[in-house]
Design a protein around this ligand. Structure first.
Ligand SMILES: N[C@@H](CCC(=O)N[C@@H](CS)C(=O)NCC(=O)O)C(=O)O
Length: 324
């Protein structure tokens, strides 16, 4: 685990001591947008048109942020237009690697590189910062369009509609205000909350994260008692953004990140909702417990020094969800 400093790889973890034991996530650096007509999006430069085969997605099946992008590639029928490379689940001293000795890994399908950092260095030989997945790569301009999953899913939601004919909209105009409110609470206390609890190196930092996490899960349980989805009766990006964290919760975050007040199966509405999303067409194949259990328990030796991988809970995600 490390980062690039002026183009050079340094094997160093997040400096939690600088923040009283708290894990502080770095912001993504590449924030350009593919748009329907190639004009600039909400941030970054223009010139990224939605051409078939032009873009390539680098992911880990372990990572909840990369998982969002994989889900939107499925939901929006982008499989034939945007290729994918899948890294190895172990993220060790060299960062994400393209080793292929684990089922489902693909190697780097574009450049046959050894490490994900090589892709960041292709975009900028003097790059500094963390080398994260997902990465949306532009084969034409040979650069990174975006390494921010929240942006990538919105591009996938709308920019390629003319190419695919798929007009499904997971960010409908009339729900945007509500989606933003739900997203921001869930991002801070749940999606990132599990990491803040798990990577805390002081009791105070852990306590500060785990309380709001379970308050939010209780709040979500209430929302899902009244409505089928988080923002009402329409399935939106807010649901999918939460889903990737929930999918990993009982198997990983409950144990490895000490988020153990309750499990997802203890929340009847949330558990039914989670199964409905899992059973949505083409989604189950993006959910890879083999990758995420291996990644977390094996890579984070500061959390789990003996790297023992637990057998995992016996939960049936294919059981009828009973919603709707
Ligand atoms: N804000 C980014 C976060 C991505 C992220 O942190 N990915 C993790 C994997 S789950 C990663 O690659 N971490 C490597 C590191 O921090 O060095 C997004 O949502 O796309």
């Amino acid at each position: 685990m490390g980062q690039l400093v002026n183009g050079v790889w340094k094997d160093e973890w997040y400096d939690t001591d600088a923040h009283g034991g708290e894990f502080v996530r770095s912001n993504a650096k590449y924030r350009n947008w593919v748009t329907a007509d190639g004009t600039p999006g909400p941030s970054g430069e223009g010139g990224f048109r939605p051409d078939s085969g032009r873009y390539h997605l680098y992911v880990s099946y372990a990572c909840p942020w990369a998982h969002r992008a994989l889900i939107f590639r499925q939901l929006k029928d982008l499989q034939d237009h945007i290729g994918v490379s899948v890294v190895h689940p172990d993220m060790l001293g060299e960062g994400w690697e393209f080793r292929q000795d684990f089922p489902g890994t693909t190697g780097d399908r574009l450049f046959d590189s050894d490490y994900l950092r090589d892709i960041y260095l292709k975009a900028n030989p003097n790059a500094s910062g963390r080398v994260t997945v997902p990465v949306l790569w532009d084969r034409e301009r040979e650069t990174i369009v975006s390494n921010e999953s929240a942006d990538i899913i919105r591009m996938f939601n709308a920019a390629f509609n003319a190419l695919t004919g798929n007009e499904d909209d997971y960010w409908p105009e009339h729900l945007r205000g509500r989606i933003e409110t739900v997203n921001s609470r869930i991002y801070d206390s749940v999606n990132n909350g599990v990491y803040k609890a798990g990577f805390a190196t002081s009791q105070a930092a852990y306590d500060k994260a785990v309380g709001p996490l379970f308050d939010s899960l209780d709040w979500i349980e209430g929302l899902l008692a009244d409505h089928r989805y988080l923002t009402g009766e329409t399935l939106t990006e807010a649901d999918w953004r939460l889903f990737t964290t929930i999918a990993r919760f009982d198997a990983v975050y409950h144990t490895h990140f000490k988020c153990n007040r309750r499990r997802i199966v203890d929340y009847p509405n949330l558990w039914g909702w989670a199964r409905e999303l899992y059973q949505w067409p083409a989604i189950a194949e993006t959910v890879r417990p083999d990758h995420y259990t291996r990644h977390y328990y094996y890579s984070h030796d500061m959390v789990n020094p003996n790297r023992i991988i637990p057998t995992g809970p016996d939960e049936d995600w294919t059981e009828p969800h009973g919603r709707g």
